[in-house]
Design a binder for this molecule. Structure first.
Ligand SMILES: Nc1ncnc2c1ncn2[C@@H]1O[C@H](COP(=O)(O)OP(=O)(O)OP(=O)(O)O)[C@@H](O)[C@H]1O
Ligand SMILES: [Mg+2]
Length: 269
């Protein structure tokens, strides 16, 4: 058990930032792969109509027969929607552009915020024995992202080490507060991780200083550097840990996974 509020089942973490291109998908895939290296069994849920996590994990659109859309809206069997990837013990529920209409369809559904929550807690899920479920969210605070936050035990926020990085965080924190007040009182913030960090760039250092000053312990010590191997890996349909195991990006994601596990065992203790 890795969380005091949980008695059984996997820990569910939503990877959220409404800003586009900050490293949500990259973090989902590579944190997932790094947790697998720690001996854990991981499910990635692609909740973004762009389907980047699915592509990055090597599931091409033709192989996405059942997707997170069907998981949310059509009661599909978990065995049909959960797919293996080339990384052992890393599984995926893929997404396609179908999901872009889900926001509208969800709106007329009475249980609209709870669909992912209920889907991920259905009985058959225990059979898979996942330790963590990582949800890759779209770049918005839409109903899809709200579904992820209602389903999750915690939110992990990638923060790109660029100007304006902290802008939008207050909106995100407000949304988290709203979700806590209405649907998921136990929702925690797992942490904020700096991504695409360039140590030679003053701006990166400034963003780090600002983030640590404003968010304190919420900011992970581990930092993900800007690293070309990280950006190349998805075109080979691999996590960077498999594509170039000793690259700076792979090393950083391993460190993030270990830090996250350490935090969680502390909570459980
Ligand atoms: N550490 C890194 N070093 C170099 N490139 C990176 C790194 N992290 C992410 N990238 C690249 O930056 C781009 C955006 O990353 P990613 O797709 O993970 O962001 P995102 O937040 O999921 O985007 P979106 O909001 O569109 O879903 C991608 O091309 C990715 O390969
Ligand atoms: Mg993405």
């Amino acid at each position: 058990m890795s969380d005091s509020t949980r008695t059984v089942g996997p820990k569910i973490i939503a990877i959220v930032n409404q800003k586009g291109g900050v490293g949500k998908t990259t973090t989902t895939i590579n944190l997932g792969a790094a947790l697998v290296e720690e001996g854990l069994k991981i499910l990635v849920v692609d909740l973004d109509p762009q389907g980047n996590a699915s592509t990055g994990l090597g599931i091409v659109p033709d192989d996405r027969d059942f997707t997170s859309y069907e998981l949310l809206l059509e009661n599909v069997d978990l065995h049909d929607v959960i797919q293996k990837t080339d990384t052992q013990d890393l599984f995926l529920i893929p997404a396609t552009t179908d999901l872009s209409s889900a926001d509208i369809e969800l709106f007329s559904n009475e249980k609209r915020s709870f669909l992912l929550h209920d889907a991920l807690r259905q009985k058959g899920m225990d059979d898979f024995g996942f330790d963590y479920i990582l949800i890759d969210c779209p770049p918005s605070l839409s109903l899809l992202t709200v579904n992820a936050m209602v389903a999750a035990h915690s939110v992990l926020v990638p923060l790109q080490s660029e100007f304006f990085a902290l802008e939008g965080l207050s909106q995100l924190m407000l949304t988290i507060r709203e979700v806590r007040q209405t649907a998921n009182p136990d929702l925690r913030i797992e942490g904020v991780v700096l991504t695409m960090y360039d140590a030679r760039n003053n701006l990166s250092q400034q963003v780090e200083a600002d983030a640590r000053a404003n968010l304190g312990d919420l900011v992970f010590t581990s930092i993900i550097p800007r690293n070309v191997r990280v950006s190349e890996a998805p075109s080979f349909a691999l996590p960077v840990l498999a594509y170039d195991s000793s690259s700076k990006g792979a090393v950083a994601y391993r460190s993030l996974a270990q830090e996250l596990l350490k935090k969680n065992t502390k909570i459980a203790a």
